[in-house]
Design a binder for this molecule. Sequence first.
Ligand code: ATP
Ligand code: MG
Length: 193
Amino acid sequence: MHDEDMISRRKQELRRYMLNLRNSLSREEMVKASSIIQEKVLETDEFNSSSIVGLYSPIGSEVDTSTLAKRLIESCRVLAYPRIEDKYTMVFARVRDPVIDLTLGRYGILEPLDSCEMVKPDLIIVPGLVWDEHGYRIGYGKGYYDRYLRRNPDAAMIGLAYDFQVLSSIPHSEMDVRVKLIVTERRSIRIKI
Ligand SMILES: Nc1ncnc2c1ncn2[C@@H]1O[C@H](COP(=O)(O)OP(=O)(O)OP(=O)(O)O)[C@@H](O)[C@H]1O
Ligand SMILES: [Mg+2]
């Protein structure tokens, strides 16, 4: 078997394992950890120095981002969410009011209406299923974030995760983009890249 195939298989196993683990969180645990994680993000230089911030719409038991959205609106900064354009392309589009401007898109994820203008965030809040202490991540496996982040290398990135989602090391390929900061309810992991 080729190395790449081996990496894909191991990533797939880790996705399944972590999805099960994450789905076993209670609503209370999710809400509590999400609140701590977001409070920590609110205190970072990355968050406070950015004027256009790309959030994600959480699905299932993913770390919530609504407190960040609220703060961005309160401070009159630009709030953006990802929109899937085609099989390979994701863009960020400006959302003035999440209740009005977000609609159910592909994969059952809320995304900006077509009428929302495309923007380039200077900070991207990155979702992930599995992370490691070197800043590598495993997402849902479509490569959307990897492609976007590679094309936009100047954007700052913060990965959000429950602490158990961060392992010491995970398989990765050359295509995988690393983040320099992962925030969990227990740690803020700064990675030297
Ligand atoms: N910059 C890129 N250019 C072309 N293909 C890419 C790029 N980045 C990733 N891919 C491809 O996308 C597919 C999925 O990648 P991977 O398994 O790393 O997904 P993932 O990181 O879990 O997904 P996502 O980024 O959507 O969360 C792989 O076939 C990978 O080679
Ligand atoms: Mg990847």
